[in-house]
Design a binder for this molecule. Structure first.
Ligand code: C5P
Ligand code: MG
Length: 159
């Protein structure tokens, strides 16, 4: 069987008055993330991982932030599109592992809803979708609460 992997990373600034959305799930917080779309940093990292696995560039190539169509866009749209490209390249997604790095709020109670949303969006069983959370130990822009980051890795297999 031919396997490939893909890696994704993203960062967004925090901003008061914006929504905080991670993996398509609304998180209760007194700030959100700044961006052209809904700024779902986790979905963006997973999207880049999917695109990377089939060597089809990155999210900005497919969804330029200069395009008004993607203003305020639900980032699950990007995720579904990247999954479709993986399928068109002749591969099926096997699993996703990811990490969100955010100083606060505590996200662990959101783990299951986020995993469910990603699993549903990507057509995976729940036990093939992993979401981890880390603080940045109060160090650097993430640690100071000025930004949030996400990392993702996917495996795909030739169908
Ligand atoms: O970053 P640190 O190692 O201190 O995180 C400890 C645990 O806290 C993580 O394993 C994770 O489960 C949880 N966590 C969380 N929400 C965050 C950051 C970490 O629930 N924003
Ligand atoms: Mg992004």
């Amino acid at each position: 069987m031919e396997y490939r992997t893909g890696l994704g990373w993203d960062v967004h600034r925090t901003e008061p008055g914006r929504l905080l959305i991670l993996g398509g799930v609304r998180i209760d917080a007194d700030f959100g993330l700044e961006g052209h779309s809904d700024a779902d940093v986790l979905s963006h990292a997973v999207t880049d991982a999917l695109l990377g696995a089939v060597a089809l560039g990155d999210i900005g190539m497919h969804f330029p932030d200069s395009d008004p169509r993607w203003k305020g866009c639900d980032s699950l749209v990007f995720l579904r599109h990247a999954l479709q490209l993986v399928g068109e390249a002749g591969y099926a997604l096997v699993n996703v592992d990811s990490t969100v790095i955010l100083e606060r709020p505590k996200l662990k109670d959101y783990r299951l809803p986020i995993r469910r949303k990603l699993a549903e969006t990507l057509g995976l069983d729940l036990d093939h979708v992993s979401v981890k959370f880390k603080t940045a130990e109060k160090v650097g822009p993430v640690g100071e609460g000025r930004s949030a980051e996400a990392q993702a890795i996917v495996s795909i297999v030739r169908e």
